[in-house]
Write a protein that binds this ligand. Structure first.
Ligand SMILES: Cc1cc2nc3c(=O)[nH]c(=O)nc-3n(C[C@H](O)[C@H](O)[C@H](O)COP(=O)(O)OP(=O)(O)OC[C@H]3O[C@@H](n4cnc5c(N)ncnc54)[C@H](O)[C@@H]3O)c2cc1C
Length: 370
């Protein structure tokens, strides 16, 4: 019997479990044998303050103080390290850069860069694909594993209990409690927090909630060797104006994605051969990398509702059933701010002050808006 039963131990579940363990007893329930197996373990690990809708950007700005300066003892080393992001425009696409520069947040500026400067910054690029560029120095690498593990460690040290291999089968409201059947045993919680990522609508349906219309979208990535004569670890990430394709250094190699967004059922996503081929082809056309061998490839799900903002709040029709879903392509960077917002909504029925200051209202993220 717990005050809070959190379903799903990705970044959303782990972070909210950590916050809630500070105010009550928490069970964190995960279907897989380890936490972080799905989307959380498959991200590009970037903190990109100017990516996503206005609501998403404001939430990311809210995560920034925590990621830059986590509570003492939370993590053993920095969670963010500078990466930078170079957006390149091919011939005829230069106008896209004006919008990117003009819409950047004041605290995360983006500067126009000449093609010459861009090629000097990332000498992997083919000169013919760069007509102009823009550079965002505030983009960071997130140590996702360190962040996720720190949340889990902190949660456990506060008395929280993580149950792995515990796939939720049914959720029944009974005598003012939720009975959660995890295949043979029952965990009881006063409040259920649905942080099941791509499966959140399935969990909602088990509890009798109206579904939100969540759409998991598969995105694939490859890792390939870089030329040995270029020091790649300190290069900035690169994306393409007007497209979702990007590449970035990763542990001495190059990770690239064509930016596929294929709607799919919730599942253990695997990369399709075509998406791997498209990523390799894009990388070869834009860089001097000769993709002879793909070291590694993977796919993960980015789960959205129609307006692209996350869904955070109590279900309108069910007592004590809280949604923390639809993290899209931003769930790692939004994690700290959304965890604090969830705690504040559960404890005080209002968002933290900094949400209101940044212009994010309860209605912008509530399930009621859908
Ligand atoms: C290729 C790619 C690149 C990305 N890049 C970035 C990036 O650079 N920056 C960024 O911030 N975000 C990025 N993202 C998005 C980010 O990874 C996700 O938004 C985030 O991981 C979602 O976290 P989550 O906890 O909601 O979901 P998940 O990590 O999927 O966790 C949900 C958990 O719920 C569990 N679950 C489901 N059903 C049940 C059940 N019945 N019982 C018990 N447990 C259940 C699952 O097993 C799973 O572990 C990227 C995603 C992809 C795929």
């Amino acid at each position: 019997m717990y005050d809070y039963a959190v379903i799903g131990a990705g970044i959303a579940g782990a972070s909210v479990a950590f916050e809630l363990a500070q105010i009550g007893s928490v069970a964190l329930i995960e279907a897989e044998s380890r936490a972080g197996y799905h989307s959380t373990g498959r991200s590009a690990a970037l903190f990109t303050p100017n990516y996503g809708s206005a609501v998403v950007r404001a939430i990311n700005a809210g995560s920034s103080p925590f990621l830059r300066d986590p509570p003492s003892g939370f993590a053993n080393h920095p969670l963010l390290t500078p990466r930078g992001l170079l957006t390149i425009a091919g011939p005829g696409q230069e106008a896209c850069l004006d919008t990117i520069v003009a819409t950047a947040a004041d605290e995360a500026p983006v500067h126009h860069f000449s093609a010459t400067k861009a090629l000097a910054l990332v000498p992997l690029l083919r000169p013919e694909v760069v007509a102009a560029a823009a550079y965002e120095p505030g983009v960071m690498d997130i140590d996702v594993d360190a962040l996720h593990q720190a949340y889990l460690r902190g949660f456990k040290s506060l008395g929280g209990q993580l149950f792995c291999n515990a796939r939720v089968r049914t959720i029944v409201r009974h005598a003012g409690q939720w009975d959660i059947d995890v295949g043979g045993s029952t965990i009881q919680g006063t409040i259920v927090i649905n942080a099941a990522g791509a499966w959140a609508d399935q969990i909602g349906a088990m509890a009798g909630a109206r579904t939100l219309g969540l759409v998991p979208k598969r995105r694939s990535a490859i890792v390939a060797d870089a030329p040995v004569d270029i020091k790649i670890n300190s290069l900035s990430a690169v994306d393409m104006a007007g497209s979702e394709a990007y590449f970035k250094p990763e542990a001495g190699r190059i990770m690239a994605s064509f930016g596929d967004e294929t709607p799919t059922d919730p599942q253990d996503a695997q990369p399709e051969e075509l998406d791997i081929a498209l990523a390799a082809d894009w990388l070869q056309r834009h860089t001097i990398i000769d993709v002879r061998r793909i070291e590694h490839s993977w796919a993960g799900l980015r789960t959205f509702v129609s307006d692209g903002a996350p869904v955070v709040g109590f279900d309108g029709a069910l007592d004590d059933f809280f949604w923390l879903a639809a993290q899209g392509g931003y769930g790692i960077m939004m994690g700290p701010a959304l965890a604090k917002a969830s705690r504040s909504l559960i404890q005080h029925n209002r968002l933290p002050d900094d949400f209101e200051k940044r212009g994010v209202s309860q209605s912008a993220i509530s399930p009621a808006r859908l």
